[in-house]
Design a protein around this ligand. Structure first.
Ligand code: ADP
Length: 164
């Protein structure tokens, strides 16, 4: 199949937790690909605040109104997930130049493992360029307002989590 209009794209990430920046990219991707699968990577090396199950639940709730987007969790290589779901593209969000080194490394490594794996970089709306899950967690831990960065469902879970 010709890649592009009719193809399936994976959108892998830690999503710890999902933010308006992630959602912005998912919406843009859904306008390009026929189906987008947000893949919550278990990623224990990153020591996530939320369990994979919690991250999936929040992402599902946050993306429920975005057409043609579904959310799964996956414990394995992105290229194996691509094979399993017949995906041809990997979506990644690019914020600043500082993202590029790491993203290039991953994109070329994924292509080495699966030649057909194309990584597609999308830029968020300017208001989300400096937004990251890490920042949101730091603000929440110090009692700051996070409602402008994450949807309500995430805000509630975050408040419960940091209160423990
Ligand atoms: P990872 O650990 O794989 O980087 P993240 O959950 O931090 O997982 O990010 C997943 C993807 O979403 C990455 O491509 C990242 O660049 C992108 N992303 C995260 N926040 C934003 C944002 N504010 N704007 C655009 N893309 C973003």
């Amino acid at each position: 199949m010709k890649s592009g209009v009719l193809s399936i794209a994976l959108y892998p990430g830690t999503f710890d937790p999902i933010t308006f920046g992630h959602i912005d990219i998912a919406v843009r991707a859904s306008q390009i690909f026929s189906k987008v699968i947000a893949v919550v990577a278990t990623n224990p090396a990153k020591n996530p605040l939320f369990t994979p199950q919690e991250r999936v639940e929040m992402a599902r709730e946050a993306l429920k109104n975005v057409p043609d987007v579904e959310v799964i969790s996956y414990d394995g290589l992105v290229v194996d997930c691509m094979r399993e779901y017949n995906a041809t593209a990997i979506i990644r969000g690019l914020r600043a130049v500082s993202d590029i080194d790491y993203e290039f490394q991953m994109a070329f490594t994924n292509r080495k493992m699966l030649e057909s794996a194309e990584t597609v970089f999308l830029m968020p709306s300017a208001e989300y360029v400096y937004l990251s899950s890490t920042l949101v967690k730091q603000i929440a831990r110090h009692g700051g307002e996070i409602g402008q960065f994450v949807p309500d469902c995430v805000k509630q879970r975050m408040l419960e989590k940091v209160a423990v």
